[in-house]
Design a protein around this ligand. Sequence first.
Ligand code: UDP
Length: 375
Amino acid sequence: MKFNTKNYDYLIVGAGPYGSVFAHEASKRGKRSLIIERRKMLGGNMATHKEHGINVHDFGAHIFHTDNKEVWDYVNQFTEFNGYINQVVANYKGELYNLPFNMNTFYQMWGVRTPEEAATKIEEQRKAAGLTSAPRNLEEQAISLIGTDIYNKLIKGYTEKQWGRKATELPSFIIRRLPVRYVFDNNYFNHRYQGVPVDGYTPIFEKMLDSDLIDVQLNTDFFANKYAYLEEFPRVIYTGMIDQFFDYKYGELEYRSVRFESKVFEVNNKQGNAVINYTDAETPYTRIMEWRHFDKHADDGYTILTKEYPQDWDRSKEAYYPINDEKNSKLFRKYHKEADALEKVLFGGRLGNYQYYDMDQVFNAALKAVEREFK
Ligand code: UDP
């Protein structure tokens, strides 16, 4: 016994939302967990820190949004949300448009003033593009939802740099994440419950894991001692990359990575919005976040802006987005089958399940796993 020094019931690999919910719920049931986390902080990609009184999201903008009341009540045990509603502006070569696609966007693009005029315009463009059958990829899906003008100015360039692939090679579900609505409403999400924690996300994890029955070891790589961990612990909750767990034996799943560049300015307001997307193909970043606008109570005198650059993933970089195209989905199913057969190990989270999950979906999946584990 080198690692299971305290008779732990669970080894949890990864201190993101899936692993942290699991540890918290296990502790409420008197079970002891050791969480090991490769990175130096809690919260996975939800991690935040405070700088000049401003909550900065370390891994890109995270806005909590859900229709699931159970999940919403659950996270609200650990934090207060600030009521923030995301209203993204798109900059296409200097032209500004409201997102998601709504009557404001349609007016800005075409000068149309009524839902009927907008629908007619979109229908014309859909017909002209010759789309009659069910959309086979992101490009066809986008054009059939909002027409070619919006596709060309607001989607094609952004999508192709974000994913490093042609829009015709991407699955259509990715664009269906964004609402299309025939009302003047710039709310980026349709969900009933939305916001950002008043103190950032990291304190949620500090609270969740504050228990005598939970120990956390940061800077600890599961793969440095995988076989010993698997042997010593009666049960393992694994939230890392599923292909890495199996030593990439069927091949590597593909991911998309991003990198961030932040800068502090000694003014109160620089870009006038929390998120501005740059939707042309040439600008190397996809969006710029101005963190003080996520949080109305930030101190005066400073503002912090972060540019988000998409990049290819390799093993030296953080995996952000799974690429759920046909080829990768097929490979994932092979790993998933193998994972399912391992009785001792439960796979969860965005990387363990290779799913483009939002935060609420991860919380929900973890709560469901807890129900099954302790029924
Ligand atoms: N998208 C786009 N233009 C935009 C914003 C989004 O074409 O200005 C597309 C793009 O393909 C992106 C997808 O919509 O990957 C989903 O966007 P979302 O904002 O949900 O992505 P996330 O915040 O998860 O990166």
